[in-house]
Write a protein that binds this ligand. Structure first.
Ligand SMILES: NC(=O)c1ccc[n+]([C@@H]2O[C@H](COP(=O)([O-])OP(=O)(O)OC[C@H]3O[C@@H](n4cnc5c(N)ncnc54)[C@H](OP(=O)(O)O)[C@@H]3O)[C@@H](O)[C@H]2O)c1
Length: 418
């Protein structure tokens, strides 16, 4: 065994399988909660130990997701206090819910991966022995399911990350580390939303309305809808994002900032006829625009939702009779209104969706490996750019697609451990 050390610089690689006692990490502390640019700071911390069904991964690149904007802000949930209440002792948070890397150590009961395997990581971390899962529940609905690197500590913004064996999937060989680190969370979420809620899965020629088409989940939803034969119509907030959506496969794009749309946010009092009439005018204008860019007068069978409060009234109004609004977030707020008359009379479905199970994650990863879905990598940051990347996302100024961070990868463009 070559000389081993207790701490390695970023870009320096320990002998395969040697786990140094300490590691570099980008750390959030409660005293720094606030703007992401300041909340993340590089520190040296102890390398985590692993349990019998866990895997320690040497992180080559990490993906940037909205959840760690929330972690940095310390709201709506203080993730550190929540874990401390549950008995965990660390007074810091290492975020990061997406990564590509190399298996560096495995627990005694792990058989699906071995040291040296190149992997990408799913973001659901559940206890497969939990009674609800043993009784047949989808693991993403288990009371034990936590989002790795948000609800759990030791995410991918560090030299090592700790995951369950069920989170490991083979890294598509053709991808650079940074591209491989950028797509699993958004891709698998979008896959479950569009293919996980039968009978409302994307069928040939289904029109699908996709909010935030240039964002993380949106860019994946456009590609998946197209791949399954549907017709993706994307919504964005500026025309400079149109081209990206077309490249992803959108048939048409709508600018939600068009002055004809005056109806965003919560519904007015339904008894205030003038205000409700004004709201309806905006919603109808948006519907007419949808028909125009689709090229026919047909409502979306599926609406892919995540803005929440700002858009749910429009989504539930617009979705086709018998169609589904599927939602994974409330980025603009959680207090959304639904005019129930449309929901029951037109037999629409409002479906929550969260995370992705093993089958869905594997299916999405296979599509990426086969070149059917592109990770839509936009910009790659160095390790000390984690705060900046999240700040851009917080201000909705991030580039279209998905951002990545180089962790142990020495430079962009690497596909293996050099
Ligand atoms: N539950 C899950 O499993 C899960 C998984 C992944 C992500 N998420 C959540 O999903 C949300 C989106 O994630 P993401 O990675 O796609 O983020 P993102 O890259 O920031 O994209 C979100 C997009 O939403 C659009 N948007 C922002 N405010 C809006 C508003 N008021 N009305 C309409 N559109 C608005 C923006 O596009 P325009 O400004 O161009 O319209 C933005 O590009 C986040 O809240 C994230 O935490 C949940």
């Amino acid at each position: 065994m070559p000389d081993v050390k207790d701490l390695y610089d970023l870009g320096e690689t320990p002998p395969m399988g040697h786990v140094p006692a300490r590691m570099h990490a980008s750390v959030i502390r409660q005293s720094r909660f606030g703007e992401p640019a300041q909340a993340f700071q590089s520190e040296v911390v102890d390398t985590p130990s692993i349990g019998p069904k866990q895997v320690l991964v040497w992180v080559m690149a990490a993906g940037v997701n909205y959840n760690n904007v929330w972690a940095a802000l310390g709201k709506p949930v203080d993730v550190i206090a929540t874990r401390n209440r549950a008995g965990e002792t660390e007074d810091f948070h290492i975020g990061g819910s997406d990564a590509s890397g190399i298996v560096w150590a495995i627990g005694d009961e792990v058989t699906n991966v071995k040291v040296g395997d190149e992997v990408v990581l799913g973001f659901g971390m559940w206890d497969e022995d939990a009674p609800d899962i043993q009784a047949g529940a989808d693991p993403t609905t288990s009371v034990t399911n936590k989002i790795w690197g948000y609800e759990t500590n030791y995410g991918s913004f560090a030299q090592f990350t700790r995951v369950n064996y069920t989170q490991c999937y083979p890294k598509p060989k053709q991808l650079t580390w940074e591209a491989a680190g950028a797509y699993m969370l958004v891709g698998t979420t979008a896959y479950r939303m569009l293919m996980g809620w039968a009978p409302h899965t994307v069928r040939e020629n289904d029109a699908v309305l996709i909010w935030g088409g240039s964002g993380g989940v949106g860019s994946m939803a456009i590609q998946l809808t197209k791949a399954f034969g549907g017709v993706p119509i994307a919504v964005v907030s500026e025309e400079s994002k149109y081209e990206f959506c077309y490249q992803m496969g959108a048939k048409g794009v709508i600018n939600r900032k068009d002055p004809a749309f005056t109806h965003w946010g919560r519904l007015p009092d339904l008894d205030d006829q003038a205000a409700f009439g004004e709201w309806m005018k905006g919603a109808r204008a948006f519907g007419a625009k949808f028909w125009e860019v689709l090229g026919e007068r047909r409502a979306p069978r599926i609406v892919f939702e995540h803005p929440g409060e700002a858009t749910i009234p429009t989504s539930t109004f617009l979705v086709d009779n018998g169609g589904m609004v599927v939602i994974c977030a409330g980025t603009s707020g959680y207090n959304a209104d639904v005019d129930l008359r449309y929901l029951w009379m037109r037999q629409k479905r409002l479906q929550g969706s969260h995370c992705a199970n093993v089958e869905q994650s594997a299916a999405l990863n296979d599509m990426v490996a086969a070149g059917q879905i592109d990770p839509a990598l936009s910009r790659t940051f160095p390790f000390d750019g984690i705060g900046e990347a999240h700040q851009l996302m917080h201000e909705n100024r991030h580039p279209a697609g998905n951002m990545a961070i180089l962790v142990n990868a020495k430079r962009e463009g690497m596909t293996t451990l050099e």
